[in-house]
Write a protein that binds this ligand. Sequence first.
Ligand code: F6P
Length: 360
Amino acid sequence: MKIGILTSGGDCQGLNAAIRGVSKTLFHELGSDVTIYGIRDGYRGLIEGDYHVMSPKDFSDILTLGGTILGTSRQPFKEMQKTDDNAPSRLDKMLKTVHDAGFDCLVILGGNGTHKTANLLAEHGVNVVTLPKTIDNDLWGTEMTFGFQSAIEIASTVIDSIHSTAFSHSRVFIVEIMGHKAGWLTLYAGIASGADIIVIPEIPYSAKAIAKAIEKREKSGKRFSIIAVAEGAISQEEAKLSKKEFKAAREKMPYPSISYRIADELKALTGQEIRVTIPGHFQRGGPPCPADRLLTTRFGVAAAELIRNKKYGYMVALQNDKIVPVPLAEVAGKLKTVPPDGEVVHAARALGLSMGDDEG
Ligand code: F6P
């Protein structure tokens, strides 16, 4: 059996642990009946036919290694079927590579965009098994993606550390957390590290409501406030705009990111000095936490077993603490966002945290 493996899109912790989980299981169960090919830099390697045979020792000592030994790249889904003057599209080139290499199956590790392309390949007859990775946790069909728990640890550590300096200076701090258009990472890290106000895209914010929450804390004798803001946060006014209007408004926004705009709005409303901290890609780096090592290993073993049973066209997913296969067609193109009325948001509000809106 010839298996091609690739990692695509933004990296995250646990990619190598997942690669190891799939490969070790395949070698253990199929022995010399399997050859594993590493495809370099995600779909770029598949488009350009850039792959190499890997041996069992390539998968040793990588459980705790950050990043991806295969490399990765972003290859937008919308570009995959474009052609100029009847030249082969990227999809055509990928199909050719699969054919020329004789891959019996592709193992694809990725997030939302990656899954759209994985589904496209499956629709064109390629045998595909995928694993859900992203610190954003926004993939449909799985309760958790790998990378998410490691990123929570890093984002929480940042907010933990901000507490002492915020206390010393009696300051308001904004910590901007990654997550693209979803608020999972901000919500979970915010609660885990005792942020006072949490602003996520799924609950559009009102600057006045945030200012009110800060003032309420001051009146109750609190020296500082920490606001965890998702990079994808939007205001209540912006939530009323069409997609096109929103895009145009954001293009004109004179700030490097949403946190700086919120800081300015809060400065005007409260008269306070506001500091902004952005951990950025730090949240995606370094070794996976033990919980992610376990999750990736479980995902990897399940993916290998799908391959052994020739059950293709699935993503391995976590549901009710079990690893289950979910059809790729059900996953592709669907975003999993935070339910604003869900249990975790309820827990935050019940604790007295502000979600930056007008409730509470
Ligand atoms: O999808 C993971 C993620 O880290 C998002 O949280 C973030 O918006 C984006 O990738 C950053 O992308 P890039 O690495 O291309 O700057």
